[in-house]
Design a protein around this ligand. Structure first.
Ligand code: DLL
Length: 428
């Protein structure tokens, strides 16, 4: 087992470790990053006054725009010649966010990724086909480092080129796949189209899917098609990349590696801390980051901390699957809609295909339309369309226009994160 000690830290050990690391990192950030010094001074908080975990609330938040506004290197705590690697998040508008790593950061990330893979059951001898994009995106290299740490055989396939992926998967006897969940859902139909039987032609045991929200229903479809066990993995570029949280064999919430990522949830409107068990915006404090320490970093991701013990024996708290980012939430006629809620409804209906598209428009009023793929013989099935409409209404409390379209006609994303929402409303 890889890093058994780190994976199974006892609550008291964990708390002691967190406390001493927190004290250290707060002083370190104050001393080395002008922005933190300014924020602490403005809030009249002395770094020495952060002594225990209970003092965390006094620490000012860091937000995404702090990284954008100080692009590219404003939050560096080390001289640039100590950097061993730079990644960048995929900004859709303007400049991306640049994230920096010292040698120590890369080693820590690799170890956390090793633990992350180990928690899902990946071992030396497994063939891990890594279909996350290699490049500025942290998914590719993050999983690569993790596989290297535990000694699994990594196939750095990167994203795209589906035919070749399927061929490698079969010929190399791939046992572990890592990619976005939407790509794995796409591989169900792609493998059939290429003449493979997803259950018998491949030897997949474990799949580790993340980087975008997905649903329990999508998990069931993937597991059912490939006969593997599908794990949710969470992370973000600012927090090294993937490997912040991972589902164990219980597949019931993601353990967050709390000796590195101190986790809170807050009310996104007021900034007040919300107690475990209640949904809020996840806020992370990195406890050992050298190049770019982040204190109370607001992720904008919505989830719930689960404090109950897990039967796997790990005491790192869990978070529920991410509901979505607060910035991805659509407000349609005043009603809050997360794309993940739409997916949850659709995937629960048996005759509905795996692909869908959400279109929001405005003509006097906001309108929600959902395009759903169905088999050819159901295209004119008014009762199916009505069922989808009713089920969506039951969850979202809004009426959606449902359009049934032929299987294989909606756009698929073979590279990067799925784009399922088209918002045609005028901006501003
Ligand atoms: O997506 C890192 C990553 C790579 C995670 C591979 C997992 C696997 P970013 O591109 O910076 O980094 O995007 C981070 O993606 O704030 C969430 O909104 C979303 N996200 C990541 N994992 C999940 C997940 C990588 N399991 C942003 N469920 C985060 C839902 C996720 N959303």
């Amino acid at each position: 087992m890889f890093d058994r000690v780190g994976q199974f830290l006892k609550p008291k050990q964990l708390a002691r470790m967190q406390q001493s690391k927190l004290r250290r990192i707060v002083r370190y950030a104050y001393r080395n990053v002008p922005l933190y010094r300014k924020r602490f001074d403005e809030a009249h908080v002395k770094p020495e006054s952060i002594r225990s975990l209970a003092d965390l609330e006094k620490v000012p938040f860091t937000v995404k725009t702090d990284l954008r506004d100080t692009y590219p290197f404003g939050l560096l705590a080390v001289p640039p010649n100590r950097l061993h690697c730079l990644h960048a998040s995929s900004g859709t508008t303007g400049k991306p966010i640049v994230v920096a790593y010292t040698q120590g950061d890369l080693e820590r990330w690799g170890r956390l990724m090793g633990r992350t893979l180990d928690t899902t059951g990946v071992r030396k001898g497994d063939v891990l086909q890594n279909m996350y994009g290699y490049g500025l995106f942290t998914g590719g290299l993050g999983f690569h480092y993790g596989a290297r740490a535990i000694g699994a055989t990594v196939v750095p396939a990167s994203s795209g080129n589906t035919k070749r992926q399927l061929m490698l998967m079969k010929d190399l006897r791939t046992s572990v796949v890592t990619c976005t969940p939407s790509y794995m859902v796409y591989l169900i139909e792609a493998s059939k189209a290429e003449g493979y039987d997803p259950k018998t032609d491949f030897a997949l045991k474990i799949g580790i899917f993340g980087a975008e929200p997905w649903s329990e229903e999508a998990r069931q479809r993937i597991q059912g098609a490939f006969g593997l066990r599908a794990h949710d993995v969470f992370g973000m570029s600012e927090l090294y990349g993937p490997g912040v949280g991972i589902e164990c064999e219980e597949q019931n919430g993601l353990h967050v590696w709390e000796d590195e990522f101190l986790t809170e949830t807050i009310n996104p409107e007021t900034g007040e801390v919300v107690e475990p068990g209640k949904e809020g915006e996840l806020v992370f404090t990195m406890l050992s980051r050298e190049a770019m320490p982040l204190l109370r970093y607001r992720s904008r991701d919505l989830s719930t901390i689960i404090k109950e013990e897990c039967s796997c024996g790990r005491y790192h708290n869990r978070i529920k699957r991410i509901k979505g980012r607060s910035d991805d939430m659509l407000i349609i006629g005043g009603v809050n809609v997360f794309p993940s809620q739409v997916e949850h409804v659709l995937m629960n209906i048996r005759d509905v295909g795996d692909q869908y598209q959400i279109i929001v428009s405005h003509k006097e009023l906001d309108r929600l339309a959902v395009k759903v793929e169905v088999p050819g013989n159901r295209l004119n099935d008014a009762s199916l369309a009505k069922k989808i409409r009713d089920d969506l209404f039951a969850v979202l409390s809004i009426h959606a226009d449902v359009e049934l379209v032929q299987l294989g006609t909606l756009p698929r994303s073979e590279v990067g994160k799925a784009l399922r929402v088209v918002d045609l409303r005028p901006k501003g």
